[in-house]
Design a protein. Sequence first.
Length: 441
Amino acid sequence: MATLNFLYRSTKENEPLIFRLLFRNPNLPSKVDKKTKQLTEVPYTDFVIGAKTKVYIYSEKELKEKPELSAKKYWAKQHLQKRPGIDIRNKQQEVNTELNKIENHILGAFNEADLKEVTKDWLELQMELYYNPPQLKAGIPTNLIDYINFYIDYRKHEIKPTSITKYKVAKHKLERLQKERKKPILIKEINENFKNEFLEYQKSKGYAQNTIQRELTFIKTFCKHARYLGLETNHQLDTLRMDKEKAEKIYLNFKELEAIEKKELKSDHLENARDWLIISCYTGQRVSDFLRFTKDMIRIEDGKSLLEFTQKKTGKVMTVPLHNQVLQMLEKRNGNFPRSISDQRYNEYIKEVCELSGLTEKVQGGKQLKTDNGMRKVSKKYPKWELVTSHVGRRSFATNFYGNIPTSYLIYITGHSSEVMFLNYIGKSNKDLAMEISNYF
């Protein structure tokens, strides 16, 4: 929730109004008290940032005709008058009309923004966009499917290749839906009725709820971008929602990791993959990052081994302390990381490693299987080793160390943008949190 307050702050008689944006961020991570080492919950933080408008109460023409006019006096004594004369009433209406336009513009942009991006620079940019809006270019598509191609090209220097792949997959599904419905999917028609049509179509093709929810979010992103460029969108767009389905969080606990580490493996390629798996479970990084780790990325400071690298997905420069388990993996290779392998081979080998290590108990989870609709994710009970993927190390790190290491430190290593996202990632519900809080009572 955000509000705008307009103010006259100058000591001069006729200067433009300024405004302040007040908002609350409820998603900041917990802090750690440096003295007690205890977690301090931060339910919210209030922010106030300001910027200048170009709203002058009186125009140059008015001031030339009546030099005695004072914007400062008007704002302090006349703007809020209940029964003013006709001249003041007209001025109130004129000023309020302009201020309402600014307020709608800023709050509209705020509602679509990531709270991490809302800074003074962001606010000043929004004011610049208000006074100099992007011109609607000829040839911008109004058909959703065509607009996806336009969106990818428009933001080609900003979005990651993995995101482009996901957008294209969603586009192909929309193409099939459009062919079936025998009429174009227009951006201005993305409303509650379309959401229900999209949901019904995707369900009929066997897609999982979370896949549908993610792709509906993509569709909203495309439409909001189109609105930013001046295209008409439906008034229901911002309220379109679809619940996520709770998915099982597969991870390897410390006991299972010990069994994996101690298992004697006869194949060099399995031992190599096993060591990468252990490393991933104690560094908490994505497969696109940890399989690139090399000895050259390690530096020693105050006797501590620190790993420095740039995350491939986010571009964030990371400095991560190495756990003793990782150092043991390196020690047996004279300080080197295991041999590099492809993501695909890694996925295959760690399943085999986990099967040989006895992870055969059946657990609930989802895996890709061939169905009447093609390859789809099917949720049921499988032997745990079948559900292990390259992502298991990152989730294992976050889950195993939660409660043992301050959450703010874990979030730094995993790179989640908020504590809410982190807790959802490891599958912590409100009930789980309540039980953990009860330990302090």
